[in-house]
Design a binder for this molecule. Sequence first.
Ligand code: COI
Length: 367
Amino acid sequence: MTLTFPLRAGAVATGESDRAAILANPGFGKHFTDHMAVARWTVAEGWHDARIEPYGPLQIDPAAAVLHYAQEVFEGLKAYRHEDGSVWTFRPEANGERLQHSAQRLALPPLPVEDFLTSLRALVAADQAWVPAYGTGETSLYLRPFMYASEAFLGVRPSHEVTYAVIASPAGAYFSRGVTPVNLWVSTQYARAGAGGTGAAKCGGNYASSLAGQLEGIQNHCDQAVFLDSATHEYIEELGGMNLFLVYRDGRIVTPELTGSILPGVTRRSILELAAEMGLTPQERRIAIQEWKDGAASGEITEIFACGTAAVITPVGELRWEGGSCDHRPAGAGDEMGEVTARLRSMLLDIQYGRVEDTRGWMTRLV
Ligand code: COI
């Protein structure tokens, strides 16, 4: 049976001037809208009790399995205001399908993609005033669907009760500095994920396991850490919250192949398709960290960028590691992003904000 998410009254709407002040400078992940979508799953009843209710703290039993065994998955996508006032989102079926794969890996019940889409539509319809106006820079309403084991039980087995929810947060640039190059630390002490693990699932545990590496990066004056494969520590995987692309002088644009321990990003996948249309040669293959260092030294690698829903496309600056560093950018290049990075970035944003025709059927109208 398909779910509907009826609106429950009772939300205290944020005042118009307070909302306008937030939308004028939303930052990332700091402010939340007036409602949230919630549904429950039990072994006996399946998915049920779906609704849009006032945003607020969730009741959670201290014995809930998620708090002890991290049985949880999530998604991230954005709602964009178009010039005519309509609100759209980008490839939501891909997120719905990935949520199903992530849920399967974490032994959570799959939510039908149709119900996933209904939950987004219902929440954005209730909180449409929170979608930033067209033409206000790279602002959007970030949607965060998530699902967790809510059964109060301390035995280690898949939870018999699960909660699904979607919250929404007006968003500007992911990094507080805006779109400037991020410096990366090569984490050799920590891996984000390993063979047979949960690296390809979007689960909170992967992000938790990336934090010690990120901290190590910050201690070494970097913004983020780049994680290598856990078996050999030779091959690039991802940043923890973003995929990576290397651009070569000869027109190749290369990203680590999906080995099972890398998140299959929706932005990653879209860039591979757009790059081919731009006449570049996209490749998915293993990339040794040594290839990065050598390519930066020889000038063969001309641009490097990270990508994800939240950060869109973010240029990478220096790479640093224990005892060394390299920079693929020519000396004195400053913070300008490379030409390929900039073209891909505007192609993607033009599609998302409806500034060009959506010839690929990537956009779905929400409101
Ligand atoms: C996203 O890009 O949507 C992510 O999920 C990355 C991060 C904010 C967790």
